[in-house]
Design a protein around this ligand. Structure first.
Ligand code: SAH
Ligand code: DHB
Ligand code: MG
Length: 223
């Protein structure tokens, strides 16, 4: 089996399951034109996020790592009329591209992109003690994943879902001697789940047009 096969299957899934969508296509086009890296979730992954948000009835969503707003759009479109999504992004250029894309998607009233280091934004949110989130998508700088997960747990209600992207890293997750800070960050994160009583979690490996990777899905345990 090869990466070409994985991509061919994603092509087939996309043709059969995902309607062509001018808004999402323009989001990808304008992100590429602005020089943003093409590392957004794939269409089938975006739709999985959308379905998870709908299935869990999420009304408040937190995203860490906006890029051009592609996953943001998939998630925000799953919200009810009065639902809200807050997305945290370090790079003001990425945030600017994302805001334009979200405006084109008609999501201005639903989505806020907040610029700054996510750890700082999260600490401020914890201090504000606002309405808890129902779903969190963690997809920013990988070494900080455990710290983001920890803050997210302080910002969610029991029953909330947390999705963490890019955990498997071509299988390097299983390599204890990796010196890649992204791999080490994900190993530390997964290792921390062993003693984490506040969630029930699983890890799922994925292949597709983004290669071999995977995600962790966790549900905040009802006390
Ligand atoms: N979720 C997006 C992809 C995000 S890529 C999608 O699937 O469409 C990761 C993003 O995290 C990049 O835009 C990067 O600028 C941002 N990022 C990196 N370090 C960060 C930090 N410390 N705080 C907030 N965002 C950060
Ligand atoms: C990278 C980041 C991502 O969030 C992703 O899904 C794939 C790749 C990266 O930084 O290379
Ligand atoms: Mg990602």
């Amino acid at each position: 089996m090869t990466a070409e096969t994985w991509t061919a299957v994603d092509d087939f899934f996309e043709r059969q399951l995902i309607s062509t969508d001018p808004v999402l296509e323009e989001t990808l086009r304008s992100s590429a034109a602005a020089g943003l890296p093409s590392i957004q979730v794939s269409p089938t992954q975006g739709k999985l996020l959308h379905l998870l948000a709908q299935a869990s009835g999420a009304r408040r969503i937190l995203e860490i790592g906006t890029l051009g707003g592609y996953s943001t759009t998939w998630l925000a479109r799953a919200l009810p009329a009065d639902g809200r999504l807050l997305s945290l992004e370090l790079d003001p250029r990425h945030a600017e591209v994302a805001r334009a894309n979200l405006a084109r998607a008609g999501l201005v009233g639903k989505v806020e992109v907040r610029v700054g280091p996510a750890l700082e934004s999260l600490s401020r949110l914890v201090a504000e003690n606002g309405t808890p989130f129902d779903l969190v998508f963690i997809d920013a700088d990988k070494p900080n994943t455990r710290a983001y997960f920890d803050r997210a747990l302080q910002l969610t209600r029991p029953g909330a879902l947390l999705v963490v992207d890019n955990v498997v890293r071509k299988g390097e997750l299983a390599n204890p001697s990796s010196d890649d800070p992204n791999v080490r960050g994900m190993r530390e994160f997964v290792e921390s789940l062993r003693a984490e009583r506040r969630v029930r979690a699983t890890g799922i490996q994925t292949v597709g047009r983004k290669g071999y990777d995977g995600f962790v899905l966790a549900r905040v345990v009802t006390p």
